[in-house]
Design a binder for this molecule. Structure first.
Ligand code: HPA
Length: 272
């Protein structure tokens, strides 16, 4: 369990390095790890330097944050996220989000790769996350409430901010990028789902499925941050095609779509 002084120590360390309050932060999902390379002037901080930041386990993640300027906006890019399936608690997965709040960040963009459940989605599509479903894993806000972060009970009706969604729709239109919309179903992984689980999620109203993002979004709602979520549909979910789902396929599609995703993300960040 973390306490307020842990979050505050992390925020203090980062705040001293960057020297300014960011206008927004982005948690970069699979396939977007390279995004930060567009900003050679960035101030880069390795997660391992930051007090209390958990140690990541994924070889392909950089575990760095980059403070960048983009079209007049100051943005903190988080390259490397923690997942529940790695063995972290939900509280650990959400740790950076709460630190962002203490840094004064009030707009958070979360991105990920997700399996498409909605029959009209194709691999390579982008989906604006309008809401989510999470049933079987505990909340990152479980346990003693930290009043400095937010209230014991909190609303999730606008966890994905309507104003930010509207900006994303408009910007996607201007960039000529088709933006689908839908509900993201959180599954704890690391196994991909069974076809029966996917049928159940579809019945429950999910359009896509993934193993990330939701812990951060719950922590963001707890501390009153506005969230924008975008998924890259990397595959059709289990049972929708005859062939098995592989991580290689997920990586291949997200890498192929990274250029367009980056263009869309930059255009959105400039307008936030
Ligand atoms: N299921 C869960 N997580 C995922 C998937 C999927 O099909 N694709 C990418 N992340």
């Amino acid at each position: 369990m973390f306490d307020y002084t842990d979050y505050a120590a992390s925020a203090m360390y980062i705040g001293e390095k960057i020297g300014e309050k960011p206008d927004a932060a982005v948690i970069l999902g699979s396939g977007l790890g390279e995004y930060a390379k567009h900003f050679p002037q960035a101030v880069t901080i390795a997660y391992e330097e930051i007090p209390h930041f958990p140690k990541g386990t994924n070889q392909s993640h950089a575990y760095q944050m980059h403070f960048v300027k983009l079209g007049g906006k100051k943005v903190l890019l988080l390259s490397g996220r923690y997942h529940y399936y790695e063995g972290f608690s939900m509280e650990q997965v959400a740790y950076p989000t709460r630190v962002l709040h203490l840094l004064g960040v009030d707009k958070l963009v979360v991105t990920n790769a997700a399996g498409g459940i909605n029959g009209s989605f194709q691999p390579g599509d982008f989906m604006l996350i309008t809401d989510h479903v999470k049933f079987f894993t505990e909340s990152p806000a479980r346990g003693k409430n930290i009043e400095e972060l937010g209230p014991r009970f909190f609303d999730m009706s606008h966890a994905y901010d309507p104003t930010l969604m509207e900006i994303a729709r408009k910007v996607a239109g201007e960039c000529g990028v088709m933006l689908r919309e839908g509900v993201y179903g959180f599954m704890s992984g690391p196994q991909f789902e069974t076809p029966a689980e996917i049928r159940a999620l579809r019945t429950l109203g999910c359009d896509a499925v993934g193993m990330s993002t939701v812990p951060e979004v719950i922590a963001a709602a707890h501390c009153g941050m506005k969230v924008l979520g975008i998924s890259c549909i990397s595959n059709l979910a289990a049972g929708m095609l005859a062939q098995p789902i592989t991580d290689e396929e997920v990586v291949e599609i997200t890498s192929r779509r990274a250029g367009v995703f980056q263009k869309l993300l930059s255009a959105i960040l400039e307008k936030l």
